[in-house]
Design a protein. Structure first.
Length: 457
């Protein structure tokens, strides 16, 4: 019996519709336009043909997507630094390669986390699975594993709506997880049509199982693979959750405001369009039965009058002011009032910028802490699973283009000039400045600089 694999967690079932809505709001463009009927409110007793015409004219000013992308671009504008404690050079060499290609597809660790954090900012969380290649035989030693690549861990990212069921233990870690993915598959170029393939992956603290269902195959779910995963030796699942605190969940803060702005802006646009077509008005005591239009004429009596009715524009101004207020509120709850469009174009000093962006900088720092904490935990767990003699820390993700490198270097020099009798403090200050300056360098270069500072300071 495999029906248990299809069960969904109550939290998943309650949030699935919300996640779809949030993805539409973030993506915008044709995706939002395609689903616009779900978001454009139909007026009471509005004729169907009028509503269809409004849908055909729909547009979406996507502040939400721009805000999320700005935070991501600012946060990960430079590579993080990976710091090691331990003398396992073989392990260091692996993690250097891992930082440059963490998913076996050439994606850097920073870029991978950028995609995972973007998903978390939109949906509140994302998931990362750390896996190891599966070999056909059994390696007799660690050297054999390294030689054939069985110890080369890699990452796979999953969205919030792909992890459908789970359970936590008393420590807050996963006891077991079920991941569901789907895709369209064509067996060969000559085969007719595409079929939907659904796959379930089950992990617990020791084993994994993979189930599959192919559309048209009697809806039968088949177990296609099972075994022991690479984290069984440390007694935990290979699934890691990247969760954003509710207070920092950007899309959840903005979504309702963005939907209200969408409906108000489309209503105003429709009213302005209709206002371009003035309505004729006949002032007469007689019953009026004539047909009006571009190809007709109007015959009036001696006491009748003809005129045009058009809006005065007061409600348009009120609506426009309300849209500006909604836009400002979207940026305010995102801690980005500087980008609401009211700032002056005059140049600012570095200190002035730092003051203006002080709250934004704190929020960016909070996101950086979430990423570094997740990355540190993930890397150390991989090191434990590989039985490496390393303890790993993560530095960086705390420079947001608010202050210049010169300011950082000056502050560091001022701290060193205090002559505090701590060799450890001196090493850490020098490493911080050096890694910030070398943020775009290869990880092995950063490691060499850190080791040279440790040896010389």
């Amino acid at each position: 019996m495999t029906s248990h694999i299809e069960q969904e967690h109550p939290d998943y079932a309650s949030r699935a519709g919300m996640w779809r809505r949030y993805r539409d709001l973030y993506a915008g463009g044709e995706r939002f336009r395609h689903n616009a009927a779900e978001y454009l409110v139909r007026r009471q007793k509005e004729p169907a043909e009028v509503y269809r015409e409004r849908l055909a004219r729909v547009f979406y000013e996507n502040y939400l997507g721009s805000i999320v992308d700005w935070y991501m671009a600012t946060l990960v504008r430079k590579e993080q630094g990976i710091l090691y404690e331990g003398a396992d050079e073989r392990a260091k060499a692996f993690f250097n390669r891992f930082a440059s290609n963490c998913d076996l597809r050439g994606t850097t660790l920073t870029q991978f986390y950028k995609e995972m954090l973007t998903e978390a900012l939109v949906c509140g969380k994302s998931y990362i699975v750390a896996d190891f290649p599966k070999g056909s035989g059994t390696a007799l030693s660690r050297a054999d594993e390294d030689a054939v690549g069985l110890s080369d861990a890699y990452l796979v990212g999953y969205t919030a709506d792909e992890v459908i069921n789970w359970s936590f233990d008393e420590k807050g870690e996963f006891e077991w997880v079920v991941i569901r993915t789907s895709c369209l598959r064509q067996d060969s170029v000559r085969s007719l049509g595409w079929k939907k393939e659904t796959r379930w992956i089950y992990y617990d603290t020791t084993n994994y199982e993979i189930y599959e269902k192919l559309e048209g195959d009697d809806n039968r779910i088949a177990l296609i693979e099972r075994g022991t995963h690479g984290f069984a030796g440390i007694g935990r699942t290979p699934v890691f959750e990247l969760r954003i605190p509710d207070g920092l969940w950007l899309t959840n803060k903005i979504a309702l405001l963005q939907l209200e702005h969408f409906n108000k802006s489309n209503a105003l646009a429709w009213a302005l369009t209709m206002g371009l077509f003035a309505t004729p008005v006949i002032y007469s005591d007689r019953e009026y039965t004539q047909v009006t239009g571009e190809s007709y004429y109007v015959q009036l009596g001696s006491t009748d009058r003809f005129g045009w009715m058009e809006p005065e524009g007061k409600v348009f101004q009120i609506a426009a002011d309300n849209l500006d207020r909604l836009k400002d509120e979207i940026y305010r709850v995102s801690y980005l009032m500087q980008q609401a469009g009211n700032s002056t174009a005059q140049s600012q000093s570095g200190l002035s910028k730092q003051w203006d962006f002080s709250v934004t900088q704190e929020v960016l720092g909070a996101y950086g802490s979430v990423v570094k904490s997740s990355m540190r935990n993930l890397l150390n767990r991989i090191a434990q699973a590989r039985k490496d003699g390393l303890t790993i820390d993560v530095a960086g993700l705390d420079e947001f283009d608010i202050t210049s490198f010169g300011s950082e270097a000056s502050d560091a020099q001022s701290l060193l000039n205090l002559n505090i009798g701590s060799p450890t403090l001196r090493k850490q200050v020098l490493k911080r400045v050096a890694l910030k300056y070398l943020s775009d360098a290869r990880q092995d270069i950063k490691n060499r600089v850190s080791e040279e500072i440790d040896a010389a300071a």
